[in-house]
Design a protein around this ligand. Structure first.
Ligand code: SAM
Length: 352
């Protein structure tokens, strides 16, 4: 292997830090051999901290109504070919009950930015879930809101918040979003969430339109600096009703490469093998775990609405019942020597 590449990989493993130029070198000079070495080191780090345990997060996609118009996203407001839905707080609560029965101890409530769900409605819902399932973590993924709103939901019992930064490069961000959306505000929201006390999830799509080796290197440096507790990365997959319908999807290989690098940058990070990764390859999630991921997010949404929360083409598991997903994942993980556990799955910052 190229001596410099090897030196960078070893330094990353030891120091968890490289310069932006060095991250870019790692990306530009990717080889199969480097990828295999990174995966070996990353999965060893993950095993040292989390053993062979895989944490589940049950995701309830409760509304596909969105006021935003992100150019890559299937539920963007300009997509007129989509039947829109909203689940009531009672329906969302019932999804959590079903998830609890299936052994899930983290619920992720995710939606488009739907103004219907006011702070009053959401705070009531969060405190009801928290009251009924005090042993569970509540993760929100509702997009950009005010500090007051984030604070209120935290006070109601939410513990974690997923808000992918999408890209750490402002000019790139502006090519993926309309002018009314702001890179600075997205980054500000991440800071605010951290200040309030949430465990915060950042992340980006691999292979998003206009992404370059430089923007990716900036993403890695951002993750190194911010050290999010969670990091969601999955391939960009085009959606037929978006302006990026003809852009090719990100690849399995590149996504695995970044999963391994991110595990080495921030060893305790909770790193999902995403549904998008399972969509581009039938064994994508297993391969993600073997590359250093330690979280899987099965869907708890009612089967009737799953088809309508399609952020991208051909999303998997939209026809399955939650129980089927749970059992399928048990089997998939046991075939590669991992075990799904009934656990909140908090970050283990102390074990490095
Ligand atoms: N509205 C909330 C937000 O903005 O964070 C949560 C829902 S949003 C749909 C969740 C994530 O889906 C986004 O952060 C984005 O990275 C991902 N996503 C959207 N369109 C995608 C696509 N075409 N391919 C892969 N991931 C996509």
């Amino acid at each position: 292997m190229d001596g410099k590449l090897l030196e960078l990989i070893e330094r990353l493993e030891r120091e968890h830090s490289l310069s932006v130029d060095e991250y870019e070198y790692l990306i530009v000079n990717k080889t199969d051999e480097a990828q295999a070495l990174l995966a070996e080191k990353a999965s060893a780090v993950s095993r040292r901290i989390y053993g062979n345990e895989i944490f589940l997060r049950g995701i309830v996609e409760f509304s596909n109504i969105c006021k935003n118009d992100c150019y890559y996203c299937g539920i963007r407001r300009s997509n007129a070919n989509l039947e829109r839905y909203r689940l009531s707080p009672d329906e969302i609560f019932r999804c959590c009950e079903e998830g609890y029965e299936l052994g899930l101890r983290t619920f992720v409530l995710q939606s488009g930015e739907d103004p219907y769900y006011t702070d009053d409605i959401l705070a009531d819902l969060v405190s009801k879930i928290h009251g009924r399932f005090p042993d569970c973590a509540i993760t929100l993924s509702l997009g950009e809101r005010s500090r007051e709103s984030y604070q209120r939901l935290f006070d109601a019992g939410a513990n974690r918040y997923l808000l992918r930064h999408e890209t750490a490069d402002k000019a790139h961000y502006e090519k993926l979003h309309p002018a009314e959306m702001s890179f600075d505000n997205r980054m500000h929201c991440l800071q605010v969430l951290r200040e309030i006390g949430y465990d915060v999830g950042a992340g980006f799509m691999v292979g998003s339109p206009y992404q370059t080796t430089r923007t990716l290197a900036e993403d890695l440096k951002f993750l190194e600096d911010f050290k999010p507790e969670m990091c969601g990365i999955g391939p960009f997959i085009p959606h037929k009703d978006t302006p990026f319908r003809d852009v090719p999807a990100g690849t399995l290989d590149w996504t695995l490469y970044f999963l391994s690098i991110i595990r080495l940058i921030h060893p305790p990070v909770l790193l999902p093998a995403t549904t998008a990764l399972g969509t581009i390859d039938p064994r994508g999630r297993e391969k993600g775990v073997e590359a250093g991921a330690n979280v899987i997010m099965p869907n708890l949404s009612p089967t009737e609405v799953r088809e309508q929360y399609k952020l991208y083409n051909d999303k998997i598991c939209t026809g399955d019942e939650s129980a089927q997903c749970r059992h399928c994942l048990d089997l998939r993980m046991s075939t590669i020597g991992y075990q799904i556990v009934t656990d909140r799955g908090d970050i283990r910052k102390e074990v490095i």
